[in-house]
Every structure is written in C-alpha cells, then in structure tokens.
Design a protein around this ligand. Structure first.
Ligand SMILES: C[S@@+](CC[C@H](N)C(=O)[O-])C[C@H]1O[C@@H](n2cnc3c(N)ncnc32)[C@H](O)[C@@H]1O
Length: 246
C-alpha cells in the first residue's frame, strides 16, 4: 500500500497544521534530554518541526524521503537542516543526536527493528519517541460509517503500541513508556467536509476504487441536511518512547 507524497504534498500541507495534542509529550521528553541536538524522521512539510522549534530551542535536523514534501517544507523557511533520506538507512554518524522523534511516520515503516537500531546508533545518550494513531482511535472513528474500508485500511498499517515497544526493547532501549493525548472535539461540519474533500488523511488515497467518492457524497449530504449536528471527532494520539543511556 503506497501513498504518493510527491503528488499530494501541496494538499497535505494545506489541510494539516503545525502541532497537535502530542506536542506537550514530545517537548517534555526533549527538555529532559542531556543535549539539544535533535533529529526528526519523516518530517513531511515541517508541521511538527515548526511546533517543536517554537516550543524548545534546539538544533534540528529534519529528514524526509519525499522530494515533494521536502520542497513544501523548505518554502516555510523553518530554521532546520533539511535532509533527504530514509529513516531505515540514516545518513548520519553514530551518536550524532540526543533526541530522535517522528510524528505519523511509523506506519510507513515495514521493518520496525531496523528503524529502532538506526535510532539507537545515531543517539549519543537520550531518547527516541514516535507519535502514532492508537488502535482504539482507528476502530471508533466516526468516518467508519461513511467509508467501510477505513478502519481495515489503517489497522493493517498502524502498528500496535505493544509491537512498537517490542522493537524499542530489542534495539536496547530502556524505560520504554507511552502516553495518550487527545484534542478537544471537532464538529463534523462543512469545514470538516472540506478537509475530507482535500484527503487530509493518507487513508483516503488507499480506499478501494469508488469508495471515497461514495462516502464523501453521503457525508456531504448528511452535513447539509443537519444529520451530523452534534457529531464530532476527538483526535487521539499516542507517543511511545525509550531511552539510551551512556
Ligand atoms: C503522514 S506524513 C507525516 C508528516 C509529518 N511528520 C507530520 O506529522 O505532518 C508521513 C511522512 O513520512 C514520510 N516517510 C515515509 N517513509 C519514510 C522513510 N522511510 N523515511 C523518511 N520519511 C518517510 C513520508 O514521505 C511523509 O512525508
């Protein structure tokens, strides 16, 4: 299952904003690290990059695989070093960073053990942290009623918290923990329909042929007729982390 980020980079950046309910967890972890050399993996168009730099002064290297996403990110003039490369073959020296993190990249990684070993290698002493979607959020998402393959598509690619912790452990990380956070409820209204129209989640690009168009039509009709009044989405996230000690 592939998402062409080069093709969707502009739309992605239009519909996704800097930060999220996970920023408090990530910033807290960074503040407790012994240094401020930071590596972000799968930085996309720089949403989390920008939010982290605003919250905690640090020297940030942002790695991204898609040239299209990199191009969008660079336009924002975020004060980070941008590098094209893969999270599973990091183009950096051993022990170059104190904090490695990624938001919503983990579900694109097929070999979690390789990823964690790379994180271990480039960390001096510090922490690696990954923010992703918890299974409960995927299973209970209100859009499941409009897009029948929505949950199945994401459950097949988002790893469980337990699986991520296992990979941390086998790479040698200790003090492995997780924290769930959620945002205030967002109404399912005309503004939300516009985000769905813009395919603000990569899941929409992976649905079987015709399902997106049918679901969107039904959602739009329900919002227009007032059937969605009182319905909302609560964005839930989980951040999982582990420490490397000197
Ligand atoms: C859902 S986006 C998240 C972007 C950003 N972190 C955010 O929260 O807005 C996933 C990003 O991971 C990138 N990605 C996927 N596989 C990658 C890999 N192996 N190495 C580096 N980046 C990768 C994609 O190109 C995409 O930009």
């Amino acid at each position: 299952m592939n998402v062409d980020y080069d093709q969707i980079a502009k739309a992605y950046d239009h519909h996704r904003r800097a930060g999220g309910p996970y920023m408090e967890t990530l910033c807290g972890l960074l503040k407790r690290c012994p240094g401020r050399r930071v590596l972000e993996l799968g930085a996309g168009t720089g949403n989390s990059t920008e939010a982290l730099l605003e919250a905690v002064p640090c020297t940030l290297t942002a790695l991204e695989l898609s040239p299209g996403m990199l191009e969008q990110a660079k336009r924002k003039r975020i004060p980070a070093r941008w590098v094209r490369g893969s999270a599973t073959a990091l183009p950096f020296a051993n022990q170059a960073f104190h904090f490695v993190y990624a938001t919503y990249m983990l579900h694109f990684i097929h070999d979690l053990d390789l990823l964690m070993h790379e994180c271990w290698r480039v960390l001096e002493e510090g922490c690696a942290a990954f923010t992703t979607a918890p299974t409960s959020f995927i299973e209970n998402h209100p859009l499941n009623r409009y897009f029948p393959s929505f949950a199945q598509t994401d459950l097949a690619r988002f790893q469980s918290i337990e699986r991520v912790k296992e990979a941390f452990c086998s790479a040698g990380f200790t003090q492995i923990c997780h924290e769930q956070k959620h945002k205030a409820p967002d109404p399912i209204d005309a503004a939300y329909v516009r985000k769905v129209e813009g395919k603000f989640l990569s899941t929409f690009n992976l649905l079987p042929s015709g399902e997106f168009e049918r679901g969107l039509k039904e959602l739009r009709a329900d919002v227009e007729s007032g059937k969605c009044r009182g319905m909302h989405v609560i964005w839930e996230t989980v951040t999982i982390w582990g420490y490397k000690h000197a």
